[in-house]
Design a protein around this ligand. Sequence first.
Ligand SMILES: Cc1cc2nc3c(=O)[nH]c(=O)nc-3n(C[C@H](O)[C@H](O)[C@H](O)COP(=O)(O)OP(=O)(O)OC[C@H]3O[C@@H](n4cnc5c(N)ncnc54)[C@H](O)[C@@H]3O)c2cc1C
Length: 280
Amino acid sequence: MISQNVSLKKYSTFKIGGPAKFFAEPKSIAEIRELLMFCKKNNEKFFILGNGSNVLFSDNGYDGLVIKIGKNLEAGKSLHDVIQAAANKGLGGIEKLEGIPGTIGGAIFMNAGAHGQQISDCIKSVVSVTTYGEIVTRTNEECKFSYRNSAFRMLDEIIVSAEFDFTPMPKEAIKSNRKEVLTWRREKQPLKYPNAGSVFKNPTSNLPLSGSNLSAGYLIDSCGLKGCRVGDAEVSELHANFIVNRGNATASDVKALMEKIVQEVKKKHGIVLEPEICIF
Ligand SMILES: Cc1cc2nc3c(=O)[nH]c(=O)nc-3n(C[C@H](O)[C@H](O)[C@H](O)COP(=O)(O)OP(=O)(O)OC[C@H]3O[C@@H](n4cnc5c(N)ncnc54)[C@H](O)[C@@H]3O)c2cc1C
């Protein structure tokens, strides 16, 4: 079940990352427990991976076990599949998350959102496995969702499934919302090159310039950083809050470019941008 020395490049939408010392894709909770036992016995750390659409792996890889949550577990299903299955029954509420290339587990961990909807809007409860192999069920409130955040960021737990509370909606309305956001994504996001979505969180509204909904993209663009490069990492010309991999970008390139962005935005606007992507 456990492979060794597995390149993480193909498991990240950025197409960046060195090898994982150990790598496994469990098919059940029982297998997750076995992997956790393996880590305890061998004193190895572990990292939970969904679709890798919000991570930047180190060029040195990961010195431990990467546990990939794939489709065999409910949390490994794609957001698209869940939105589609709900839509077939005339249920909506997170249909505007269509096009976000994550798994349910990753979306819950990050509280993924777009166009005024976030996954937490439709979560009734979440089931996770602790490092001791215990199963815990948390209500929506107990998940402590906020902007791109949840209690799971502070917990070393593996999300395995969730119960949803969708909203009955006319099928046509769901279809039209999904179509609209997909068109928007195709026009506004640099989908031609490997990337990990928005690199920085949008600053909150109690900041110097504010009152407004300042977006990280606007702030970066206003510093003239579109097209700025370090190695093969480039601030997208299409959307300034995306860094794209123009070929052989390394994690060091992306980190150096992020550092430059943070400095320039701070100098011009007095705002310190916080990363949205998970960096390892
Ligand atoms: C083109 C593009 C567009 C995007 N647009 C958006 C957008 O509009 N809105 C938005 O919010 N995001 C967006 N993203 C970012 C990303 O797709 C979401 O954050 C997504 O929810 C991450 O899911 P994932 O399965 O890929 O998680 P991963 O990237 O694999 O992991 C992200 C984090 O979640 C943790 N994690 C993953 N699965 C589990 C689990 N089962 N249990 C515990 N922890 C887990 C990981 O340890 C990691 O820390 C975009 C990304 C891309 C590439």
